[in-house]
Design a binder for this molecule. Structure first.
Ligand code: ARG
Length: 465
């Protein structure tokens, strides 16, 4: 093993000239992957324990290395560790420091291992923990959504299709739609754990190793479920990175859709919600302005996060097996998406805790646009035993009549309604009432108040699972 003297890379016995300083700077990933120091040390400890168990290194060397690694951990945590960009990445930095502490014995650490499997072990451990972290953030966020939903079961607003008033709904029904999305996000992150639980360590550079290693031992030590099955695939694989970036992207898209809706609803035209002063910003020139910047931040960040996913997939496209430097960018993308989604979920919770629905306006708006026309058609089907299409056409005529009289259908008298079909029963007036309409949607998953109350109970349980 080379002595790693004078701050030189380990490969100086082969490569005679120093890298150009431009490449040294640009090729180093240390500033990004130093975030993996804990995982790197943890995996190295498991690795040398395995080497000793397999009698590949001696007990005294193992103990020395573990002692050295723990010392380095402490130095990094206490910010006494010097990160030097001449060391390409966190793995080389730690190995180099180990040499300084232990001398030549440090060289045993890299027996039967390559940075190619080492970096994957570190990243998978990091991603597993971060996945649990995001699941926790999602749970917290869903709880805030539920709190708001509980307060708004009987708050009626228009439901939209094509951004046109469609049918009246409970505001809580809208809010719990996002619970469904976040529950799916949670499941997506949970599903990712299966691949993250395959241990790459022991695949070495790409073909495995001639040492008699025990990959099942490091698997157990590092809380993986099983070793990966093909060493070439292992060091080339970044599917688990794409899975993570995709899961973050979709979650972020959900947040972005919500943000866009709230931006629209907060507009002076819609005026369906009020954001309190804690979550608005002013204008440098227009003294009256209160802008919904946090929501715009959330919507914007979904673009960055989606970009990270596209970057990773594009890096992989056409990349032959197995390891290439191209892959080094995976960590920057993963860390960026992780940081963004954590911040976004936090900001989203703050938005939800700092707005009030404009209930009066919501109700008023839900009456505009003949939003109970479908209820009217359904009533005619039941009352007169007409096929739905016939009832639909009669209802359309009633809507036209209302429009001609500059009224909504709920403002028409019974006589006016009967002028289109005299057989229509008097119960029609109850049926087209906005509140009754909401409450009549008792089909599973529908917007009736009782349904929503039941669903809120169900969600509360599911969030804690
Ligand atoms: N810093 C490198 C990365 O993250 C580690 C792997 C280096 N392997 C190699 N064969 N150069 O991709």
């Amino acid at each position: 093993m080379s002595k790693n003297k004078n701050n030189k890379p380990v490969w100086t016995s082969r490569i005679n000239q120093k890298n150009t300083s431009t490449f040294q700077k640009l090729g180093s990933s240390l500033n990004i992957d130093k975030r993996l120091f804990r995982e790197d040390i943890l995996a190295s400890i498991a690795h040398v324990e395995m080497l000793e168990k397999q009698k590949i290194i001696s007990l005294s060397v193992k103990n020395k290395i573990i002692w050295g690694l723990k010392k380095i951990l402490n130095e990094i945590v206490k910010k006494k560790f010097i990160f030097d960009l001449k060391n390409e990445d966190i793995h080389m930095s730690i190995e180099k420091r180990l040499f300084e502490i232990l001398g030549d014995d440090a060289g045993f650490i890299h027996t039967a291992r390559s940075r190619n499997d080492q970096v994957l072990a570190d990243l998978k451990i990091w991603l597993k923990n971060s996945t649990y972290d995001i699941i926790g953030e999602l749970n917290k966020t869903m709880k805030i959504f539920l709190k708001s939903a509980e307060k708004n079961v009987d708050t009626i607003m228009p439901g939209f299709t094509h951004l046109k008033n469609a049918q009246p709904i409970s505001f809580a029904h809208y809010l719990t739609a996002y619970i469904e999305m976040f529950l799916r996000d949670k499941k997506r992150f949970q599903n990712n754990l299966e691949n993250l639980n395959e241990n790459p360590l022991g695949s070495a550079a790409l073909s495995g190793t001639s040492f008699n290693i025990d990959r099942f031992y490091t698997t157990k030590k590092l809380n993986f479920k099983k070793p990966t099955g093909n060493s070439i695939d292992t060091v080339a694989d970044r599917d688990f990175v794409c899975d993570f970036l995709y899961s973050v992207s979709l979650c972020s898209i959900h947040i972005s859709r919500f943000s866009e809706e709230f931006i629209i609803w907060n507009s002076d035209v819609f005026n369906l919600i009020n954001l309190n002063d804690k979550i608005v910003t002013g204008s440098s020139i227009m003294p009256q302005k209160k802008n919904p910047d946090p929501l715009e931040y959330l919507r914007g960040k979904s673009g960055t996060v989606l970009g990270n996913l596209i970057s990773m997939i594009t890096i992989l496209k056409g990349l032959p097996l197995s390891y290439f430097k191209d892959l080094q960018d995976d960590k920057e993308l993963v860390f960026s998406s992780f940081d963004h989604i954590k911040n976004c979920l936090r900001i989203l919770r703050e938005v939800l805790s700092n707005f009030t629905p404009n209930k009066k306006r919501m109700l008023e708006l839900s009456k505009i646009g003949h939003t109970t026309s479908t209820d009217l058609a359904d009533f005619i089907v039941r009352d007169l035993n007409y096929p739905f299409r016939k009832a639909y056409s009669i209802t359309a005529k009633i809507v036209n009549l209302a429009e001609k009289k500059d009224k909504t259908i709920t403002e028409l008298s019974l006589d006016e309604i009967r002028s289109i079909d005299k057989k229509i029963g008097s119960d029609v007036l109850k049926v087209i009432n906005i509140k009754n309409s909401v409450n009549s949607k008792k089909s599973y998953g529908g917007t009736s108040f009782d349904n929503i109350k039941k669903m809120i109970k169900k969600y509360k349980k599911e969030i804690n699972d």
